[in-house]
Design a protein around this ligand. Structure first.
Ligand SMILES: *Cc1c(COP(=O)(O)O)cnc(C)c1O
Length: 458
């Protein structure tokens, strides 16, 4: 299987190269040249597989010859063996037609573990094949950092340096990163903001000598392998509700658009999906786009859902490319305008087409707080502020035709303050994280100076 860049002027790569490369050199995102497809009969045969085996069947559609199924099974078993629920992704019923897919039983209690646990295994496998090593450098404001660290800890081919703004991540988030003792994990507490961390990472990637010397790599949310790994749980949930002989809808709390993009791709390759519902917080660039046809940056407001506090939904580019009928020129025009003016517009015919693919709803902090209360009172379930946005969006759209699956992206114990505010008591961390607050921390303080950071990397 070949991968092309959405922007049309980077080399065509295979799955292995696309995984190790991340962002295309023309600034675009890699996407399969042709979508694989599954017939209804082929989908029926996927029923009753356990999660790691289903993951092999789905992910192999995207790997081509780069990985054989038995190797992929080993990697998948390792990746999903670190989850703390036998079902990996349990599906709960909340209402007659509303279900809740719990994607937070991985090591860091958020759905990002589904992608990053597997990505770590793929990186290690591909690098060992080439007898190579790489250094992953990243910046985090909280969640992604710990999921990346858990994904690569202990792997022999990978060193990881994670920058976080000192004193600006929650204690649980920091400890999820700094209490990992493996020697290949390095936490840097930067005297600066998240944006400072991000710009130093960019500066290191732009220094081509440094980049080559250390074989720098990134595991950010635009990495294609992360999207491929996420397609699996959409099949998993739909199959357990009768797919492909019954169609389902999904409602997804959305920020960078990586999670819901995977649902769109599941549909594209043959899974009967009725509606795809986007839930946004106050940072509603996507919801505004589906209302007006214009994509416009307005600045980020902090909310109860920090993992969705984004200015730009970076994975949306892959959907736009499809929406434009794979027209690189049209895509480049929009992306150039967006980076120069912070805005682009699509015409009304294209907007109509987009509205057939997605609907979108926004919720402010008050609504999030009320929805956590309402769901707790009516079902007894305690739902985190991100996930509850998916539940609220599903409720707006609920009809009797097809079941809606709201996607749960984080464990409620990860956001104790917001949950306590809504229901009056705190949710304890699961037992397996019970000693998090006592464990020894490992991190290095560093000034807000890229040369100092480089010196630590080596
Ligand atoms: C990352 C994240 C999201 C947003 O997912 P995207 O793929 O960026 O749309 C939502 N909820 C939680 C808890 C997250 O960590």
């Amino acid at each position: 299987m070949d991968y092309i860049s959405t922007r049309g002027s980077a080399p065509t790569l295979n799955f292995k190269q696309a995984t190790l490369t991340g962002l295309a050199e023309d600034g675009g995102l890699y996407i399969p040249q042709l979508w694989p497809s599954l017939s209804l009969d082929e989908i029926r045969k996927l029923r009753n597989l356990d999660y790691p085996t289903l993951a092999v069947e789905i992910i192999h559609l995207f790997t081509g010859d780069c990985v054989d199924k038995s190797t992929l099974k080993t990697l998948s078993d390792r990746a999903y063996g670190n989850f703390h629920h036998d079902a990996i992704a349990p599906l709960k019923q909340l209402d007659s037609n509303l279900f809740f897919l719990e994607l937070f039983h991985g090591p860091t209690l958020a759905f990002k573990d589904f992608a990053l646990q597997l990505l770590g295994q793929l990186f290690d496998h591909f690098l060992q094949q080439d007898n190579a090593k790489c250094t992953i450098i990243g910046a985090t404001s909280g969640d992604t950092g710990s999921a990346a660290i858990e994904g690569v800890r202990g792997l022999s081919a990978v060193e990881l340096f994670m920058l976080h703004p000192k004193g600006r991540v929650s204690e649980v988030q920091r400890r999820q990163m700094t209490t990992i003792a493996d020697a290949n994990i390095h936490n840097l507490a930067v005297a600066g903001t998240f944006d400072d961390c991000q710009s130093m990472v960019k500066a290191m990637f732009n220094d081509s000598d440094f980049r080559k010397k250390h074989s720098l790599s990134a595991v950010n949310s635009i990495n294609w392998a992360r999207i491929a790994a996420q397609v699996v749980y959409y099949f998993w949930a739909a199959l357990s509700l009768g797919a492909p002989d019954r169609s389902v809808s999904f409602s997804v709390p959305t920020g960078n658009f990586g999670n819901i993009l995977a649902a769109y791709i599941a549909k594209k390759i043959g899974l009967p999906i009725d509606r795809l519902i986007i839930g946004s917080n106050r940072n509603d660039i996507l919801t505004r786009f589906f209302e007006t046809g214009s994509m416009e940056q307005t600045g980020v407001h902090p909310t109860l859902t920090p993992s969705m506090d984004i200015q730009i939904s970076s994975n949306f580019e892959r959907y736009l490319f499809e929406l434009f009928g794979r027209d690189h020129g049209e895509l480049n025009r929009c992306m150039t305008q967006f980076s120069q003016k912070g805005r682009f517009d699509i015409d009304s015919t294209t907007l109509k087409k987009a509205r057939l693919d997605f609907t979108a709803h926004r919720f402010n902090d008050d609504q999030i707080n009320q929805e956590i209360q309402r769901v707790y009172r009516s079902t007894g379930e305690i739902i985190d502020p991100h996930s509850v946005i998916g539940v609220a969006a599903a409720n707006i759209e609920e009809t009797s035709t097809s079941p809606i699956i709201a996607v749960g992206t984080a464990h409620p114990a990860k956001f104790p303050d917001a949950v306590k505010n809504a229901i009056g008591f705190e949710v304890p961390l699961p037992d397996y994280l019970g000693d998090l607050l006592e464990k020894e921390e490992k991190m290095v303080d560093v000034e807000n100076d890229v040369e100092k950071v480089k010196a630590i990397v080596g």
